[in-house]
Write a protein that binds this ligand. Structure first.
Ligand SMILES: Nc1ncnc2c1ncn2[C@@H]1O[C@H](COP(=O)(O)OP(=O)(O)OP(=O)(O)O)[C@@H](O)[C@H]1O
Ligand SMILES: [Mg+2]
Length: 478
């Protein structure tokens, strides 16, 4: 919606010149010759910026100003005054006018002032919009890809079973902590504490006392009794980050709490019972750590009750646009910048990059670009050079360029060297994987998937059934 600028002045020539000078694509200019007709319009339709002559034939300008502020305190009012009336202009500023200009006007100064107000007003409305969304979306998992929709379903399931231990796994920066917080916020524990501990950040013995608390005199520095995280999180959620780094002795202690729901403070002799849901997160290869003997299998099975795997961003490229726009909006508010979007070349680069640091890396890139950008669109120049080297695999272009033969095993892969090889099973697997992959790539669009794979819709339906891929596939067009 264009910004509405209203000129209120009884001199026709002034209205006409201002209107001519200020007419622009960004705002609609209206004009009124007296206070009463302006107020009638403003009460019904409102406006964004009002240029108000202080001396009108019918109503005093200051009275109009106070009426405007009653109707909509957010409106920007610029007082137009003769030089001799500066005192009145100052009073008007005290009553909430944004600025004043003295007659005769310098049109270019007026136009700069209006541009400044327009920018401020855009930022204000973005900030309002952001604040409205803030409460809901600050902790929200953004994304519309099939993969992220499935994650959101799992989050809801985990939230509903408020005692179930949850293990969140995924590469660094995929949103594990965000998921943990979201589970807590959607659960009946949401008004209770969410305590987060990073197993990698504290050393063994200290972590034990942090977790379970200690009694007075339990060790040299224990001058008084202290409650640990388990007690502090009572009735709430305990988020155990970087669980892969937990020392063997603490693994044993955590296992005991999970099994018996009881623990003792360091140096204590009484058991303490608490009602805490545990959410653990890791980007470590726990299976490998179990094989190597550095991770307890029994603890793994206790934690692995409900596991949420967060896919890397490169496997859900459809979410990049939404995330990039969200972060841009967020940083524009933070840095008071007015950048409206991305040039198509920039978006192309963002879509191609594989994001080893996942969503966090995308967020950091957008933060940097927002700071560097001097125009109203993020251009490639504001991205690091490293990003521009990557070859294309954007999902829409992929529909046209996708080459199935690229996906077939190359000479270096020798699956028949593994025991129990069957060519039929192998081809079946390749077939299933390909259909699944293209369905994900096309956001579940069956028509497009059939086209890419060179199949009829009928054959595709058959393969979807055969490989149990029904969920997420749709008949809609992209
Ligand atoms: N789906 C998403 N929607 C919105 N923001 C996201 C999403 N995923 C991640 N983020 C943001 O990316 C950043 C990294 O997320 P988070 O800290 O939860 O990742 P992590 O998996 O815990 O990373 P690490 O393993 O490095 O601790 C955060 O700022 C988070 O808000
Ligand atoms: Mg984390």
């Amino acid at each position: 919606m264009p910004i509405e600028l209203i000129i209120v002045d009884d001199e026709e020539l002034i209205r006409w010149t201002l209107k001519e000078a200020l007419q622009s694509d960004n705002y609609r200019v209206l004009d009124f010759a007296d206070g009463a007709s302006f107020l009638k319009h403003f009460e019904e339709k409102g406006g964004d910026i009002v240029m108000l002559d202080i001396r009108l034939p019918d109503i005093n300008g200051l009275e109009i100003l106070s009426r405007i502020k009653q109707i909509d305190p957010g409106v920007f009012v610029v007082i137009m005054t003769a030089f001799a009336e500066i005192d009145t202009a100052v009073t008007a500023m005290k009553q909430g006018a944004y600025d004043y200009i003295t007659k005769p006007y310098n049109l270019s100064e007026v136009s700069i002032l209006i541009k400044k107000i327009v920018e401020t007003s855009i930022l204000k409305s973005q900030l309002r919009h952001f604040q409205e969304r803030d409460n809901q979306s600050f902790n929200q998992i953004l994304g519309e890809s099939i993969k992220i929709k499935r994650i959101k379903d799992h989050i809801l399931m985990a939230a509903q079973s408020e005692r179930t231990t949850v293990l969140v796994r995924g590469e660094s920066g995929t949103g594990k902590e965000l998921v943990a917080r979201q589970i807590h916020l959607l659960s009946s524990r949401k008004t209770k504490p969410f305590i987060d501990i990073n197993a990698a950040a504290v050393t063994g013995t200290l972590l034990e006392s942090e977790l379970f608390g200690h009694e007075k005199g339990a060790f040299t520095d224990a001058h008084s009794q202290k409650k640990g995280f388990f007690e502090l999180a009572d009735s709430g959620t305990l988020f155990f980050d970087e669980i892969g780094d937990l020392s063997p002795s603490l693994q044993a202690k955590l296992l005991r709490v999970l099994q018996e729901k009881r623990f003792r403070r360091v140096g204590g002799s009484n058991d303490i019972t608490v009602d805490v849901r545990i959410i653990a997160a890791t980007n470590a290869d726990l299976e490998k750590q179990m094989e190597e003997g550095s991770w307890r299998k029994d603890l793994f099975y206790r934690l692995n009750v409900f596991t949420i795997f967060l896919p890397p961003l490169r496997e859900r490229k459809d979410d990049i646009v939404m995330l990039a726009k969200f972060f841009l909006e967020q940083f524009c508010c933070e840095f008071s910048k007015n950048i409206t979007g991305f040039s198509s070349e920039t978006m192309d680069i963002l879509m191609r990059y594989p994001y080893p640091g996942n969503v966090r890396e995308l967020k950091n890139l957008i933060e940097r670009a927002t700071l560097l950008e001097s125009t109203n669109k993020i251009r490639p120049a504001s991205l690091p050079d490293e990003l521009k080297k990557h070859k294309s695999l954007d999902s829409k272009k992929a529909a046209a360029n996708y080459s199935v033969s690229e996906k077939l095993p190359t000479g270096s892969v020798k699956p028949w060297k593994e025991g129990g090889f069957s060519i039929k099973d192998y081809i079946d697997k390749v077939e299933g994987d390909l259909v699944k992959e293209v369905l994900v790539e096309t956001n579940g669009n069956k028509g497009l998937t059939a086209k890419i794979l060179g199949l009829t819709r009928f054959s595709l339906r058959h393969l979807i059934k055969k490989h149990c891929l029904e969920e997420g596939a749709s008949e809609e067009s992209v």
